[in-house]
Design a protein around this ligand. Structure first.
Ligand SMILES: Nc1nc2c(ncn2[C@@H]2O[C@H](COP(=O)(O)OP(=O)(O)OP(=O)(O)O)[C@@H](O)[C@H]2O)c(=O)[nH]1
Ligand code: SF4
Ligand SMILES: [Mg+2]
Length: 411
């Protein structure tokens, strides 16, 4: 994390009048005393920077600024410093006090919009006063998202990361390649694509197409085979491939046929990283061990049509999990944009590969699950977990594997 160059981090500037709770918010988000908080207006005089990993958004740099509503020589200096921060801001948080919104806040909105930086408004101190519904509606109409908080009591802080994901610029969310970074240039990936009755006629599905394109973009080769051809294909090669990627449905057979020193994973696991948050979903998979009979599990699919057959989320995964738990589980399936607002009844969310949606949508669901204290994982990770090949399937992703091993050692 610390190796991410500063320029690659999403820069999040925190702006607002003096004493509105900017530094309190930074400390709450980072869970550290990074910036000095006091009831004296004008406490922060120089910008305070704090790099951190804000999952699932990735590496960010928070910049707490000096309140800029004051006048006089010192004030002018502060205004100048804060204006400089505006120029480095990819995303601006405007902290407002007790629902108050005026020319100052509007001015910051204008400056941020000029720089094409998205805005999130945090109405802090809502224990003392709240924004009027009209004000909230007005901001909403202009596409400005707002949340209410009482930072000193920790209230509303947990929804801030979720709101940041929702407003973050697209290019900060779509940085991970699908597969190209997992093998060297000129490397070879063998892709296992079952052609069974569930495969769509005359074509291969989107995650597979996109993986092939990503390999081409990275100057790598691919060899596409069906699962019963894998052994023969490997035997024909002069050198072992760098990685084998399989459709999750053929995981068990492919794991047997792939030499132990060749990396192996699934399309769905590649997509847990590409479209979501692999680390969080790896941690989520370990919740399978804590499932008990009659627990509720949510199966979420990003589109209403499943080209590789409906039965994976509705039949196969439920059956494997029931077997493992040794009793009945309550499964609910949701499709498309229909993701429940209230997750508190569920023990686990199992998401599809999300090939038909964008990363922001999945990261939002990851954040929602985390807020609700519910584990979230995906199809491919669940299958690898129940088949007992989880560590093998995570070998290409050392950081995620480490998270898994740490999570296991705690239980
Ligand atoms: N009642 C109430 N007080 C709060 C809340 N959040 C912060 N405060 C208090 O407000 C005061 C100012 O907080 P800071 O975090 O220092 O505010 P700031 O915006 O960084 O202030 P400057 O650096 O001076 O511009 C402190 O006494 C905080 O404890 C809140 O939600 N409710
Ligand atoms: S979005 Fe999900 S359910 Fe739809 S095809 Fe892709 S993986 Fe399957
Ligand atoms: Mg401050």
């Amino acid at each position: 994390m610390e190796r991410t160059p500063k320029s690659m981090r999403l820069h999040i500037g925190i702006f607002g009048r003096r004493n509105v709770g900017k530094s309190s918010l930074l400390n709450a988000l980072t869970r550290q005393q990074v910036s000095i908080v006091s009831d004296v207006a004008g406490t922060t005089t120089d910008p305070v920077e704090k790099p951190m990993e804000l999952l699932p958004l990735g590496p960010v740099l928070f910049i707490d600024t000096a309140g800029v509503d004051d006048v006089g020589a010192l004030g002018a200096e502060r205004v100048a410093k804060t204006k400089k921060i505006l120029d480095r801001t990819d995303l601006g948080i405007i902290v407002a006090d007790s629902g108050e919104w005026g020319g100052f806040e509007e001015g910051v909105v204008v400056e941020l919009k000029k720089r094409k930086a998205p805005v999130l408004v945090v109405f802090n101190k809502s224990d003392l006063g709240r924004p009027t519904p009209e004000l909230e509606a007005r901001l909403h109409e202009r596409g400005i998202r707002s949340v209410q908080a009482v930072v000193t009591r920790g209230e509303g802080v947990a929804v801030v990361p979720e709101a940041l994901i929702a407003v973050a610029p697209d290019d900060f969310l779509a940085e991970t390649p699908i597969i190209g970074d997992l093998l060297p240039e000129g490397g070879l990936a063998v892709l296992v694509v079952p052609i069974d009755k569930e495969a769509p006629k005359g074509r291969i599905i989107l995650p597979q197409v996109q993986a092939i394109r990503d390999l081409l973009d990275h100057g790598q080769m691919s060899l596409v085979v069906r699962e019963h051809e894998l052994k023969a294909a490997l035997a024909r090669l002069g050198r072992k491939p760098d990685i084998v990627v399989t459709d999750s449905q053929a995981f068990a057979k492919v794991a047997l046929d792939t030499p132990p020193d060749v990396k192996l994973t699934s399309f769905s696991i590649l997509f847990a990283r590409f479209k979501g948050d692999l680390t969080e979903m790896v941690r989520g998979a370990t919740a399978i061990d804590r499932l008990k009979p009659s627990d509720r599990v949510l199966v979420a699919e990003s589109c209403t049509h499943h080209p590789i057959g409906d039965d994976i989320g509705r039949v196969k995964i439920p059956n494997w999990l029931k077997q493992r738990v040794g009793g009945k589980l309550e499964f609910t399936t949701r499709q498309g944009h229909d993701f429940p607002e209230d997750l508190s009844n569920y023990k686990l969310v199992i998401h599809c590969g999300a090939c038909m949606t964008n990363r922001r949508a999945v990261l939002n669901r990851v954040a929602k699950s985390r807020d609700a204290g519910v584990s979230i994982t995906n199809y491919g990770l669940t299958i690898a977990y129940v088949l007992g090949i989880f560590e093998r399937a995570l070998e290409p992703f050392p950081a995620a594997l480490e998270v898994y091993r740490t999570a296991r050692s705690r239980t």
